[in-house]
Ligand binder design. Structure first.
Ligand code: 3H9
Length: 703
């Protein structure tokens, strides 16, 4: 037997251990080895029952994602046919699950006649998250086991369930305390089955999975989710596959699933999402840091500033069970901040996302204070005060005085120079940028800004911490706006300028949301606050003063007190959250264009797309060239998780590769000529983009 399987016999029971670290991904070689082990057990007259288990930290994380898009994905034995063979076993097969059983891993367990799992196990079908559907029987066997509705929820959300929930759903037959006793329990379970004797496969508890559901169940489900699924293929085809489970035989359903799976496997959307999966893991590989780099202990955190941002940041730590002290200067502001945090938790309780007990536990982890002395022992302090260099430097001078040696001092600045903040302390090696995105308790992106002197230890510690608080961390170097906001600048600049040239805000935003962005950029400015954008421009007037049209309309809105959603008016009017086009804004744009000598014209959607997107891409390529971002994948992660760029397009740089780098460069050069002085001013192709195109490279990489 190959080393990929640990095969043993315990009396009448064959123990088949998947043994492919780190997560027993079911690549071709492991599938082959499993098939051989299975046949060996069937052929052995002494074996009367089989137990399949995973060695190491997983039962199995499913199919090997690396194989998709290559012939290896379907090389024999294909997972679907292997599991079909398993499901036909004349001897009972028991899945003994510890760690994770995900995707094809859970499908393997579903093909077995019986399932046990440890208390700490998680089980799920996350395939739609990488643009696929469960393609090894999951869409057919799960509904027959737990009913169509529960199965559909699991498959569409991709959310794994706990062992307790799995038992409740009927997904597993029994829970076992821990991995140490799992195999013993599985062998006992098998022996009991043989005594009964029990059948190798039991009849499906939900032979008719849609029984009891309304006739329009599937169409109503699709309608309910239409907005969320906008543009995405996987959830729609997954729904179709589950519907097939309700309308025909198992064999017919399995055949249908195969066809739908193949369609998704070869789709550009899945390729983009798989790229994202690996980019997220790559992002944690940072030069100068590895598993040997010493980490500091972070057992207590302090946050300076109890505004919306500070409160949101504090919640992340409380959610992860880490005590956090929230510091404000004035009692009223502190009370308001703490009340806001409680309100957020209250609303989570109302939505059933949190129990009242959890609310109490989390609030108990958050302590308010007005005294810097109370944060002296914090292991990590995160400053989240007003976005002004002078104010932040003052905070850091104080932190340098009061914080214990070895404390990590972080700034949540979104644009400012982290090195200038670090420079006011006597410990710049302990200073780092931790740029949370608003709302900080919800958005998963965390830009980790490595200052010139930030130590490897501090960086490694914060990356580990990001994982503890469930953030997607991306490391950026120091520059104005880091990766995200620096790229936002030219992208938003074009959106603003296009309105002066003749597009309406709704047209600009519509082009972006049609592409799949969660929100148009002008709506985003209304949400973030027109005043916030104004203040950022104020801090860098020297860099933009040469363009008199630069965000001129937004400056005017600011002057009129139209600060966006919070004042009911900005680029749009608001009725609550409802956005309404504002013809006064269009009239204002006309007046400004006239004053600035900009000829108004009909702007095509294609021009909006190309100018906004190509400038966004161009800046990303430039960041890569400057070494601010380490790789294209990091940039794509930032834009998907921080700015609502559609994941199924892979991120701006991946999207550029799909469009063709030549096309992007040609577009930039075109507008450089066509837009006269304005074009000359801003449409400067990134030298790396020029080099890539000149070298006929199709992928974005540093040269
Ligand atoms: C599927 O099953 C399709 C079937 O329905 C039909 C087939 C016909 N493949 O995340 P980590 C690697 S689709 C290949 O850092 P954690 C990962 O890249 C699959 N590699 O650890 C990393 O490598 P490296 C459905 C995989 O503890 C290393 O393992 N399944 C796979 O934070 C450690 O991973 C999924 O979508 C894989 N399937 O989290 C599950 N999984 O060290 C995807 C992991 O070189 N996986 N790797 O960077 C996960 O969700 C998490 O990795 C897991 C572990 C929770 C398992």
């Amino acid at each position: 037997m190959t080393a990929l399987i640990d095969y043993r016999r315990d009396g009448r029971v064959a123990l088949i251990g998947l043994s492919r670290p780190p997560v027993n991904a079911l690549g071709q070689a492991l599938r082959q080895a499993l098939a051989e082990a299975f046949e060996q057990a069937l052929a052995d007259p002494q074996v009367q029952a089989l137990v399949i288990h995973g060695q190491g930290r997983a039962f199995s994380a499913g199919a090997d994602i690396n194989e998709f898009g290559t012939p290896a994905a379907f090389e024999t034995p294909g997972l679907a046919s292997l599991l079909e063979r398993l499901a036909q076993s004349p001897k009972p097969v028991i899945a003994a699950i510890s760690g994770v059983a995900l995707g094809g891993g859970l499908e393997t367990a579903l093909a077995c006649g019986y399932r046990l799992c440890t208390q700490g196990a998680t089980l799920g079908l996350p395939e739609t998250r990488i643009g696929l559907l469960p393609g090894a029987g999951g869409t057919q066997r799960l509904p027959r086991l737990i009913g169509a509705q529960a199965a559909l929820d699991m498959i569409i959300s991709g959310e794994p369930v706990t062992a307790t929930k799995a038992l409740e759903l009927g997904l597993v037959d029994r829970l076992v305390d821990n991995a140490d006793t799992l195999l013993e329990a599985a062998v006992d379970f098998a022996s009991a089955l043989l005594e009964t004797p029990a059948p190798a496969q039991r009849p499906w508890p939900h032979a008719n999975p849609a029984q009891g559901l309304p006739a329009d169940f599937f169409s109503a489900y699709a309608t309910r989710h239409a907005r969320r699924w906008h543009g995405q293929l996987a959830p729609q085809l997954a729904l179709e596959a589950v519907r097939a489970a309700c309308e025909g035989s198992l064999a017919e359903g399995l055949a249908k699933e195969q066809v739908l799976f193949a369609q998704l496997e070869s789709s550009p959307q899945s390729a983009a999402l798989r790229y994202q999966f690996f980019a997220q893991r790559e992002a944690l590989k940072v030069p100068g840091i590895d598993k040997h780099t010493a980490r500091r202990t972070v057992a207590g955190v302090a946050v300076i500033g109890a505004g919306t941002m500070g409160g949101g940041i504090a919640m992340n730590f409380a959610n992860a069970g880490i005590p956090v002290t929230l510091l404000e200067l004035k009692g009223e502001a502190l009370d308001r901040g703490l009340a806001h945090v409680r309100q957020q938790y209250d609303s989570a309780v109302k939505r059933g996302k949190l129990s009242p007990r959890q609310l109490d536990e989390r609030m108990a982890l958050i302590t308010g204070t007005l005294e810097y002395a109370d944060i002296a022992q914090a292991d990590l302090v995160i400053e989240a005060v007003f976005e002004s260099l002078a104010i932040k430097q003052n905070v850091f001078r104080t932190l340098d005085e009061v914080c214990k040696p070895g404390a990590i001092l972080a700034t949540n600045t979104s644009t400012l120079d982290v090195d200038l903040i670090a420079a006011v302390t006597r410990r710049p090696q302990d200073v780092i940028g931790l740029h949370f995105f608003s709302p900080a308790n919800i958005m998963r992106l965390l830009e980790v800004v490595r200052g010139r002197e930030t130590s490897a230890q501090v960086l490694a510690t914060t990356l580990d911490l990001a994982r503890r608080i469930d953030k997607i961390a991306v490391v950026s170097g120091v520059c104005f706006g880091f990766i995200g906001n620096r790229m936002l600048e030219p992208y938003a600049r074009e959106a603003h300028r296009l309105v002066l040239e003749g597009a309406t805000p709704a047209q600009v935003d519509g082009v972006l949301t049609d592409l799949g962005l969660a929100m148009g950029v002008l709506s985003m400015y209304d949400l973030a606050g027109i005043d916030v954008g104004y203040r950022v421009r104020e801090s860098r007037r020297d860099a933009i003063a040469h363009d008199p049209s630069y965000c001129k309309l937004a400056d005017e809105l600011y002057a009129q007190g139209h600060h966006g959603q919070k004042t009911g008016r900005g680029f749009y009017r608001y009725n609550g959250r409802e956005r309404i086009e504002d013809y006064e804004v269009v009239a204002c744009a006309e007046v400004l264009a006239n004053e600035l000598g900009i000829a108004r014209r009909t702007v095509s959607n294609e021009e909006i797309h190309d100018r906004c997107l190509f400038m966004l891409i161009n800046e990303g390529v430039q960041l890569l060239d400057e070494g601010i971002a380490q790789r294209g994948g990091d940039i794509d992660l930032v834009w998907i998780n921080g700015y609502g760029f559609p994941a199924w397009l892979g991120g701006p740089l991946y999207y550029a590769e799909q469009l063709g780098l030549q096309r992007v460069l040609a577009g930039i050069e075109h507008y450089r000529e066509q837009l006269g002085d304005y074009g000359q001013m801003w449409f400067q192709p990134a030298p790396l983009l020029q080099r890539l195109v000149a070298g006929q490279h199709t992928h974005i990489q540093r040269l």
